[in-house]
Ligand binder design. Structure first.
Ligand code: CA
Length: 215
């Protein structure tokens, strides 16, 4: 779990980001203008800043200068190259142009946190161990061969553990929106993971919805 400060003046976008990052297990603080963002930064410790550039009063660049090395992902409505270059030249870790997909933001957040070593790199459950850096799965210390989709599905379940995920959401997160197969694909992969990794007692079926990894 990481402590994330969201600085975005559009309340609906700020709220949407908070909800999504909460779902992936992070704790979020919300600021709606630059001055209150600086106040939070001076009085708290954050692992990551999700920072809009166009803010009332003080812009995102000015907030960033006061963020004292907190890893930062800039958000902006502009797609102009100059903004991107300015943000990155100032030392931002990543950059997203609005509108963006929440899954895209979540992926960037995990990537930045992983680079800055704020996320777990290994996860153990029963006889199974998952190594996120190596994309490897071990059972009692022996590496188990898994397809890329099996691995991705397991990682999504682990990162969202104890949360019920619908088949449709799993399909979107692992196979992507343009995948043409049905949700039966998810069921087949879940069965394989349960069997291969001895997770029968951990991957629970959620009636009429989907699955939950119970830890
Ligand atoms: Ca804005």
């Amino acid at each position: 779990m990481a402590e994330i400060l969201i600085v975005e003046d559009e309340i609906s976008i700020n709220e949407l980001i908070r909800r999504n990052l909460n779902l992936t297990g992070h704790h979020c603080t919300q600021a709606f203008d630059g001055l209150s963002a600086i106040d939070f930064l001076e009085n708290g410790k954050f692992d990551l800043l999700v920072l809009d550039i166009m803010l009332p009063g003080m812009d995102g660049y000015q907030v960033f200068e006061r963020a004292l090395g907190t890893p930062t992902i800039f958000l902006t409505a502009k797609s102009e190259l100059t903004d991107k270059l300015k943000g990155l030249a100032m030392g931002a870790d990543d950059y997203l142009t609005k509108p963006f997909q929440m899954l895209e933001l979540a992926a960037r957040v995990e990537a930045v946190l992983r680079r800055t070593k704020k996320v777990e790199t290994k996860f153990t459950l029963g006889d199974m161990q998952c190594d996120f850096d190596g994309h490897q799965i071990f059972l009692k210390g022996t590496e188990i061969e898994c397809t890329p989709k099996e691995y991705e599905l397991l990682e999504v379940l682990i990162r969202n553990r104890n949360i019920a995920l619908s088949r449709e959401k799993l399909l979107d997160m692992v196979w992507g929106y343009d995948f043409e197969g049905g949700t039966r694909t998810v069921d087949v992969h879940i069965q394989r993971l349960r069997h291969k990794l001895h997770l029968e007692n951990y991957i629970k079926t959620v009636y009429k919805l989907g699955y939950r990894l119970e830890v």
